[in-house]
Write a protein that binds this ligand. Structure first.
Ligand code: PEP
Ligand code: MN
Length: 338
């Protein structure tokens, strides 16, 4: 970390800063220029990050040298991480294909959709058993009954399953049924929940909050990683924009940007990003062209009867056509890496 002193800083203030640094067991390297004096701070990163250097009289600016998301950062881990969910792989040239309905509604519904997406080549089945709904009167999910149906369907069609966890008290239960936790956009900064899934070794699909910066997303990933769970996959699912033509603003630039910042796999969710089946395929392809390690898509065999997010669901045939294009594009990308 580098501390830049104000141009009016007195010798006494500079001595005070050095004294405070040394009293924390850290080293101070002073460098006096004609106009500015800077102090390099060396030592235990955690102590440096926790100290309120900005508040010391005479200090103008504090510049971190390392990112604060040190476990998630590509500096800590230059090679891309490959995360396994059952037999599916995400990252390092492997394209994960997550598909399924927004919510688990019944065994029949899950069987019809599970069969269709497995045939289309999806390698992870999704379905919400606990749904975060804007209205308390909307369908909230089938809870543990939904988890059982999801697990059964996944086994029957040979796919691992992912489902959203809303509450730290449900982590243990969901851990018994699912192969991957999903932390939704609304909970990206629920630090208690992040800490709780971080205590397991189960992969976590961490969705970007709707007004979260990429640093915010990586700091949330850091919560999970710092608890000892290295299996985190990041997901761009659209942020709040001002246009009302799409449900959210699909930030495709987040994909290559996150990959310069972090070694973690990054996937896209064009279903929640756009909310429009007519443009989900183009946005999914754009995500893979931008380097995404996976695609998360909502599919329903009867969207008009769906209990949540029906209007944005792709039909099984539409998903099958898209899945084929995504695989072809991904193969092309591997042959011609950018
Ligand atoms: C979902 O995946 O159904 C969901 C609620 O996603 P998000 O958290 O991205 O809104
Ligand atoms: Mn949904």
């Amino acid at each position: 970390m580098i501390i830049i002193l104000g141009s009016q800083a007195t010798d006494a203030q500079i001595d005070d800063v050095i004294h405070r640094i040394e009293s924390l067991g850290l080293q101070a390297h002073l460098s006096r220029g004609t106009y500015r004096t800077v102090i390099g701070v060396i030592g235990d990163e955690q102590k440096i990050a926790a100290a309120p250097f900005e508040a010391i009289p005479g200090v103008a600016q504090v510049v971190p040298v390392l990112p604060s998301f040190k476990l998630a950062s590509s500096e800590a881990h230059p090679l891309p991480s490959i995360i396994r969910v059952g037999d599916a792989k995400f990252g390092g040239g492997h394209l994960g294909m997550i598909a399924g309905p927004c919510a688990v509604e019944s065994a029949e519904q899950m069987d019809a959709i599970g069969r269709a997406v497995a045939e289309a080549g999806a390698n992870v089945l999704r379905g919400g058993a606990f749904k975060p709904r804007t209205s308390p009167y909307a369908f909230q999910g089938l809870a543990e009954e939904g988890l059982k149906i999801l697990e059964d369907t996944g086994k029957r069609h040979g796919m691992p399953v992912v489902t959203e966890v809303l509450d730290p008290r449900h982590v243990e239960m969901i851990d018994r049924y699912a192969d991957m936790f999903q932390i939704g956009a609304r909970n990206m900064q629920n630090f208690v929940l992040l800490t709780e899934v971080g205590r397991t070794q189960k992969p976590v699909l961490l969705k970007r909050g709707m007004s979260a910066t990429l640093k915010d997303l990586l700091m949330s990933a850091e919560y999970i990683l710092s608890q000892g769970n290295p299996n985190v996959i990041l997901c761009e699912r659209g942020v709040k924009g001002f246009d009302t033509e799409t449900r959210n603003l699909f930030d495709v630039a987040a994909v290559p940007t996150l990959k310069t910042m972090s070694h973690l796999p990054v996937i896209v969710d064009p279903s929640h990003a756009t909310g429009r089946p007519d443009i989900i395929p183009s946005c999914a392809l754009a995500g893979v062209a931008a380097g995404a390690d996976g695609v998360h898509i909502e599919v329903h065999h009867a969207p008009a009867e769906a209990l949540s997010d029906g209007p944005q669901a792709l039909l099984p045939l539409q998903y099958a056509a898209l899945a084929k294009q995504l695989r072809e594009l991904s193969n092309l990308m591997q042959q011609n890496p950018s």
